[in-house]
Design a protein around this ligand. Structure first.
Ligand SMILES: C[S@@+](CC[C@H](N)C(=O)[O-])C[C@H]1O[C@@H](n2cnc3c(N)ncnc32)[C@H](O)[C@@H]1O
Length: 310
């Protein structure tokens, strides 16, 4: 089952996301397609029916109130297991989370807080999510207009080297909005366009590379930095990340470890907007901020009292 995540420590229990992603970064390659294995016809596609059924069942049977407003924190070094409205959630170490609509951003994020890394995966207005929601109201999510996203006051939360990272669809109107509207408003320059290539477990793209405006096997990641940043010159303009996508729609691979070792300090302060899961050391904000922390999505790798070396 493909569910992105990371190993978690749950108070002397270790939980592993049901499938760990394999996740490689290739640097300095000019073409996405050139880097994929050849002879695709000889390799059968992976059957992900079981994973899709699992997720359907999860969506149907789990309960998450997106309109709920709450916040929480785990300032310890251990994962905490907590109950909320009949569901059990895993809260990793050193996290702050805010479940709220983004229009209340200024109420929850102190105006003096500056972050080293800000990641946004906006609920872009699009037909696909409307269709998902029409078929299963619990599987889709609400969407925002470009104006709503631009209105987030990120400009107050940057220091000279803050990385602003935005997941973007391939829709020209979304791409334009990031480069021409959001980044200038937030006070950053577009310094890099990275690509997440979605591949099967056999290493093939999940669909063929299509004409512009059609479905593609990749999504874009735009990176912005403040104009005077000392990182601008050295930041890699283009990179390709390859991994098997989650069966949960719109679920992205975590980016923190890619940035924290090289471009922001190891103990970086991170803010993730429109989050559905938590990452150690980060502040996460979104209307479904705990949704994918549901214990049902993890399998316990080690029970209390198990010998780690066993
Ligand atoms: C593209 S998804 C994020 C997916 C997430 N990054 C992941 O990897 O699973 C967008 C998220 O934004 C949430 N959202 C929609 N409208 C929102 C709003 N007004 N304020 C905050 N979050 C919102 C949706 O509920 C959804 O969870």
């Amino acid at each position: 089952m493909a569910i992105f995540g990371h190993d978690l420590e749950i108070s002397s229990v270790v939980a592993r996301s049901v499938t760990s992603p394999w996740y490689t970064v290739f640097e300095n390659y000019a073409s996405i397609q050139n880097k994929l294995p050849s002879r695709p016809d000889e390799i059968p596609l992976t059957n992900n029916k079981k994973a899709l059924e699992f997720v359907d069942h999860f969506n149907d049977s789990s309960h998450y109130v997106a309109d709920g407003r709450f916040r929480g924190q785990n300032s310890t070094e251990r994962t905490i297991v907590t109950e909320l409205e009949g569901e059990t959630f895993l809260i990793p170490p050193r996290v702050t989370f805010i479940n709220s609509s983004i229009d209340r951003f200024a109420e929850y994020i102190d105006q003096n807080d500056k972050f080293d890394l800000i990641v946004l995966d906006p609920p872009w207005w699009n037909k696909y999510i409307r269709r998902v929601k029409a078929v299963n109201t619990k599987a889709g999510y609400r969407m925002l207009t470009n104006e709503d996203i631009k209105a987030i006051p990120l400009q107050s939360h940057l220091h000279e080297n803050t990385l602003v990272v935005v997941w973007c669809t391939n829709a020209p109107s979304h791409i334009d909005a990031v480069a021409k509207d959001f980044f200038p408003k937030w006070g950053v320059e577009l310094v890099a366009s990275w690509y997440w290539i979605k591949i099967t477990t056999n290493g093939q793209p999940v669909c063929k590379f299509n004409e512009p405006n059609q479905k593609q096997p990749y999504e874009r990641i735009f990176v912005g930095l403040p104009g005077g940043s000392t990182l601008v010159k050295s930041f890699p303009r283009e990179r390709f990340l390859y991994s098997t996508p989650s069966a949960i729609h719109s679920h992205k691979p975590p980016l923190y470890d890619l940035f924290t070792s090289k471009f922001v300090p190891q103990e970086a302060t991170c803010l993730e907007l429109f989050a559905r899961s938590l990452y150690p050391g980060c502040t996460s904000y979104g209307m479904e901020v705990l949704k994918l922390q549901n214990k049902r999505l993890y399998e316990l790798a080690m029970e209390d009292g198990d010998d780690e070396d066993a």
